[in-house]
Design a protein around this ligand. Structure first.
Ligand SMILES: Nc1ncnc2c1ncn2[C@@H]1O[C@H](COP(=O)(O)OP(=O)(O)OP(=O)(O)O)[C@@H](O)[C@H]1O
Length: 277
């Protein structure tokens, strides 16, 4: 592992001229919570059909970036455009084209999935019967159709996660933001969801996928963006990043670019503290 260049910026993506207009365009994005400057000048263009693996250490600002794009967080500086529309303009129409699986979600869990999903669908202007039929079919494909009329409070963690995924996709959005979408899913469901992501991109959808599961990000992403200390420190396909960093896995690239190699030392110290009398 080469730790001599922990904070270099690696950008190896194509230029805009080869890909048309950006679906999401971010310029000079900064964001602070009080004295804590979380984002320090993010510049980013995301293009149709890309699966962006958006990675970085805990607290790096991944969820904050997504929430700003979705219009859920105010107080940022810089410019964010979604399909050419500046989100600071106050319009909400662009949100119809977006689906979102948040890292942690508040679901109305006294509702049944039937009630919840038809409510969400109708909020997007869908016909009740259409959303009901689609919701039931999608629940069946995730093997949870039998609880369609059961209260969400009775669901396991993975069942709730499947429900969140379905609710993000019901209205067939063009741009998907998935924040740790695999959380709680069993191995079979992970395989299904990975295929769904690939198919969505092949159908021209754009996916912004934030996760700490490096081997999935490595395999699924057409482009990987790593942020550290509020800045983009790497941007390119896995093959491009691995050639530049001379590392074999995304986990090792992550270690190198975040300047981290103390895992063994920290684990040893952790055990030593547990052993203290
Ligand atoms: N509502 C908030 N108020 C104050 N600080 C916040 C708030 N939300 C996030 N932060 C801070 O912003 C920083 C970035 O948080 P964010 O959730 O964007 O990180 P992340 O990269 O998604 O992390 P993780 O990988 O742990 O999910 C952290 O220091 C966090 O404490």
């Amino acid at each position: 592992m080469n730790l001599n260049m922990p904070f270099m910026v690696i950008t190896v993506g194509d230029t805009m001229s080869t890909k048309g207009e950006a679906v999401v365009s971010i310029r000079g994005l900064t964001m602070s919570y009080g004295a804590n400057q979380v984002l320090r000048g993010i510049n980013l263009d995301i293009f149709q059909g890309e699966i962006i693996g958006y990675i970085g250490p805990n607290g790096a600002g991944k969820s904050t970036t997504v929430k700003i794009i979705l219009g859920l967080v105010d107080g940022f500086k810089g410019q964010v455009k979604v399909q050419g529309e500046d989100i600071a303009g106050g319009g909400i129409e662009y949100k119809r084209k977006i689906g979102y699986v948040p890292e942690t979600a508040e679901i109305y869990d006294t509702l049944t999935a039937h009630e919840y999903l038809t409510f969400i669908g109708e909020m997007y202007g869908m016909d009740f019967r259409l959303v009901d039929r689609k919701a039931h079919k999608l629940m069946a494909l995730f093997d949870i159709a039998d609880v369609y009329h059961a209260r969400i409070a009775s669901y396991s963690k993975g069942m709730k996660q499947k429900l969140l995924i379905i609710s993000s996709l019901l209205h067939n959005p063009d741009i998907l933001f998935f924040d740790e979408p695999l959380s709680g899913l069993d191995a079979n469901s992970v395989m299904v969801f990975k295929e769904i992501m690939t198919d969505l991109a092949a159908h021209g959808k754009t996916i912004f996928y934030s996760s700490h599961i490096m081997d999935v990000v490595e395999k699924i992403s057409s482009r990987i963006i790593l942020i550290n200390n509020g800045q983009i420190v790497a941007d390119g396909s896995f093959d491009q990043l691995s050639q530049k960093c001379r590392e074999g896995s995304l986990e090792e690239i992550f270690n190198q670019l975040t300047g981290f190699n103390r895992h063994k030392e920290i684990a040893d110290e952790f055990i030593a503290v547990l052993d203290e009398a």
